[in-house]
Design a protein around this ligand. Structure first.
Ligand code: ATP
Ligand code: MG
Length: 436
């Protein structure tokens, strides 16, 4: 017993000293902004238990709380929480606190009853008020673990240019479109094998067309056939016109013809895919000259899908709208194995603008700022209601131009918020010249 006691007495100060040194090293390695956040964080860390009780994420564990009393033997303790007194032990989400340049985060273990994801999300607004930060975000990096992130300086507000994008030649069999940098500082891509359609929504002027132009720059020089159907009829894609295989403006009849040509190309590829690529799924070998990726871009697509606007018209536009709807639906339903990807872009993704037969078959949805929660649901699906911290209706501030919410998995969360790099003509030129 004496040896164990001596050992404990010697080891305890060593462990405390090592912990102190490690904490100091971690603090010293932070940026000056991070050090500031660390000091602010310490105050809130001391008050964490109080905050948990106040916002309702503490709970009483009735299977604990037995203590041995020398006179009366084993007894149960009573605790009070929010005016109720019960037998048990008061439990709090215990966390690992880390400061960074944008604020701090607390990694906690998900607890049954009141310490789950839903309860923390509901409490996020109150925690943000208590911590005096712009936003508190709740994320789930892995099962059983939750991350409460206090954002004092939003990383998505930092400017981001294409010159800072990752470089390198793409692997054609795993071709991916670069989307941008997420709020955790990670580069995010949309992997194209397995995707037949991508919807892009959001209020006017928040960066939909700029994102498509970024992708067109990325795909320069690769075996890709481009199809443009520009519902605005402006010059948004004029500079890419000489690279286009097919091009249509805002005329519905012309758009129906172009979509008809794309659909018949898809059907003819079904007959030849095995012979030409050696596999039924052309993504096994990837796009190649003679069997290119066919990227159909339908911008301001409500121009071509709005049946109510053309009902009863005598000039054949009703038929053309029906054809546009049916042909696009065929492309997003069947195009995967023969390298067809369709981008459907519109301001408000309600079912009159994008028919559900098209929208629900697009496996990736992106949304820039929206006006209402209902518009966010139309763009990203019902699921966004369960994840209010990702709702794009919170992106209406003009500082969030170029920021979108994407239905891409991040840990256990189905969404991510991403800043798309800004593509200025000078930056595009510079990147083209230095392409590796
Ligand atoms: N990623 C970005 N970073 C910074 N600024 C951007 C970004 N994307 C777009 N912008 C700015 O927003 C402006 C409008 O963008 P864009 O034309 O893509 O909007 P839009 O969503 O297509 O609008 P509309 O629905 O009217 O066509 C651009 O001219 C540019 O100044
Ligand atoms: Mg546009």
């Amino acid at each position: 017993v004496i040896t164990a006691l001596t050992l404990a007495l010697v080891l305890a100060p060593c462990v405390i000293a090592a912990w102190g040194v490690w904490s100091f090293v971690r603090f010293a390695r932070l940026t000056s902004q991070g050090k500031r956040h660390h000091l602010i964080m310490l105050g809130y860390r001391v008050r964490w238990r109080w905050l948990c009780r106040a916002v309702g994420i503490a709970w009483i564990d009735q299977h604990r709380g037995r203590v041995f009393h020398p006179l009366s033997g084993p007894t149960r303790t009573r605790v009070r929480l929010r005016g109720k007194s019960e037998y048990g032990w008061l439990r709090y989400p215990k966390g690992r606190w880390r400061a960074d340049a944008h604020g701090w985060s607390v990694q906690v273990r998900a607890l049954p009853k009141s310490g789950g994801r839903r309860q923390l999300t509901d409490a996020a607004e109150h925690i943000a008020n208590a911590w005096k930060c712009a936003r508190v975000q709740v994320a789930q990096p892995r099962p059983g673990r939750l991350l409460i992130r206090a954002v004092r300086l939003d990383p998505l507000l930092e400017p981001y240019s294409v010159t800072d994008m990752p470089r390198g030649l793409p692997d054609l069999r795993k071709l991916a479109l670069y989307l941008g940098r997420d709020e955790w500082g990670e580069h995010r891509w949309i992997s194209l094998p397995g995707v037949t359609g991508i919807t892009v929504g959001g209020l006017p002027g928040y960066g939909k067309t700029e994102l498509i132009r970024l992708w067109l720059h990325q795909l320069a020089g690769l075996p890709v056939r481009l199809v443009f159907i520009d519902g605005k009829g402006g010059g948004d894609y004029e500079e890419f016109r000489d690279r286009a295989w097919l091009y249509a403006g805002d005329d519905v009849g012309q758009a129906a013809d172009v979509l008809g040509a794309v659909e018949s190309e898809m059907r003819s590829r079904f007959a030849t895919v095995l012979a030409k690529t050696g596999s039924r799924n052309a993504w096994h070998s990837g796009p190649a000259p003679g069997f290119e990726l066919v990227l159909t871009i339908i911008d301001e697509c409500h121009t071509f899908y709005d049946l109510d606007a053309v009902k009863g018209s005598k000039d054949g536009s009703e038929l053309a709208v029906r054809q546009c709807r049916a042909r696009t639906a065929q492309l997003v339903k069947k195009g995967r194995s023969v390298l067809f990807v369709t981008l459907v872009i519109t301001q408000k993704q309600t079912s009159d603008a994008v028919p559900t037969a098209i929208r629900d078959n697009c496996s990736v949805g992106l949304s820039f700022a929206t006006r209402t929660r209902d518009a966010s649901v139309a763009a990203l699906g019902e699921h966004i209601r369960d994840y209010p911290s990702y709702d794009p209706s919170a992106l209406q501030d003009p500082a969030y131009v170029g920021v979108c919410v994407a239905s891409l998995r991040t840990g256990s969360d189905p969404f991510v918020r991403v800043r798309v790099p800004e593509l200025t003509p000078q930056a595009a030129q510079l990147r083209q010249e230095t392409k590796v």
